[in-house]
Design a protein around this ligand. Structure first.
Ligand SMILES: [Zn+2]
Length: 367
């Protein structure tokens, strides 16, 4: 089993309701009812493609357990956990900034975080080599006392804290490639030198005033926080350039015992709320590089947790390619959008953006 890739999902994840808003807002006023950007289909179609293609047969499916309140409280204040429960019991509301709670969202969010904990247990106890957790609601924007950007509990932050506590890990790396900055995860570990946090994101997108390359951590955590801001329009080549210039060398020098990917596929070229041009091949290549680092440093221990990604059409193909790279075996599915790799050049301003991040991180790493 150890060579297997685990796949964690639960039907309840698709029952978390975000209402009939448009893009990131609820309907009402001048906003006609529509389909909210963070809707079940953005994730359900990933599972559907795995099943339709029979690639699911290549994966070791694991049912998620629910996280306990105590586990959630490793990263969130009690009053905030209570607030989610109250809103959920009352039928819904907003737990912060665009953090929609629907009926039973509290219990679903416990199972979403629990999915990432299940992934930690499966990988650490060598039931599988690596695991993809198709969880919902997502987590990386969630702050200790505030929900944000469709996120309620910070799944990856809680999973990393759990891994550190339960398995005594001394070095955990988290790479967040969601198109938005992973502010909640950054906050969770900004003072820590045993968790390396790297966020590669579109500059000036969301949330405001977070994700600046100059923020490198605080106190003991100084030098263990890496922000890479890329300009709108960056595609596979620009992302891979950032991987080569600083993401891969920094993870290599840190030599983690476990790697997490906050896998938001909203840097894809068809995303309605991101402005990047990453293709399914780009996601494949990025995943393969991280897998190689995991094999070199931590016996292949790698966990990818689903975050954003709002193109219902394209997210499934990007996510399938990530899972193929993790599993080490291709599916029969070709990207029907027929996007060639190495299509786009790296423009000078994209190179410059990577260089700016490298120059800052040179204070801490050999680059
Ligand atoms: Zn996102």
């Amino acid at each position: 089993m150890k060579e297997m890739t685990g796949f964690i999902c639960d039907e309840s994840y698709f029952w978390h309701q975000t209402g009939n808003g448009a893009l990131n807002l609820s309907s009402g006023g001048w906003i006609q009812a529509d389909t909210h950007a963070e809707n079940p289909e953005t994730k359900r179609r990933v599972k559907n493609l795995l099943e339709a293609s029979k690639y699911m047969d290549e994966l070791h499916q694991i049912s998620p357990r629910s996280a306990s309140r105590t586990e959630i409280s490793m990263n969130h204040e009690t009053h905030y956990i209570d607030k989610i429960k109250e809103l959920s019991d009352a039928g819904g509301g907003d737990a912060g900034v665009h953090a929609i709670v629907g009926p039973d969202s509290f219990e679903i969010a416990l199972k979403s975080t629990g999915g990432t904990l299940t992934a930690v247990e499966a990988v650490m106890e060598e039931k599988v080599q690596n695991a993809y957790a198709l969880v919902r609601p997502p987590g990386h924007h969630a702050e200790p006392e505030e929900g944000m950007g469709f996120c309620l509990f910070n799944n990856v932050a809680i999973a990393a804290k759990y891994a550190r506590q339960k398995y005594g890990l001394k070095r955990i790396a988290i790479l967040d490639w969601d198109v938005h900055h992973g502010n909640g995860t950054e906050t969770a570990f900004e003072n820590d030198n045993d968790v390396l946090f790297i966020s590669v994101h579109q500059e000036n997108i969301f949330p405001k005033n977070r994700g600046d390359i100059t923020f490198t951590g605080k106190g003991d955590g100084e030098g263990y926080n890496v922000n890479v801001e890329l300009p709108a329009g960056t595609g596979d080549e620009g992302y891979l350039h950032a991987f080569e210039e600083l993401i891969e060398p920094i993870i290599g020098q840190f030599a983690p015992e476990l790697i997490f990917i906050s896998a938001g596929q909203d840097a894809s070229r068809f995303d309605p709320i991101g402005r990047m041009l990453v293709t399914s091949n780009g996601y494949f290549e990025m995943s393969q590089r991280i897998k190689k680092l995991a094999e070199k440093h931590c016996e292949g221990r790698l966990i990818a947790c689903h975050e954003g990604g709002y193109s219902t059409a394209y997210v499934p193909f990007c996510t399938l390619r990530i899972i193929e790279a993790m599993r080490g075996k291709n599916s029969q599915v070709n990207d029907p959008f027929k996007l060639g790799f190495h299509e786009g050049p790296i423009y000078p301003h994209q190179r410059e953006a990577v260089k700016r991040a490298v120059d800052i991180q040179r204070s801490y790493w050999e680059l």
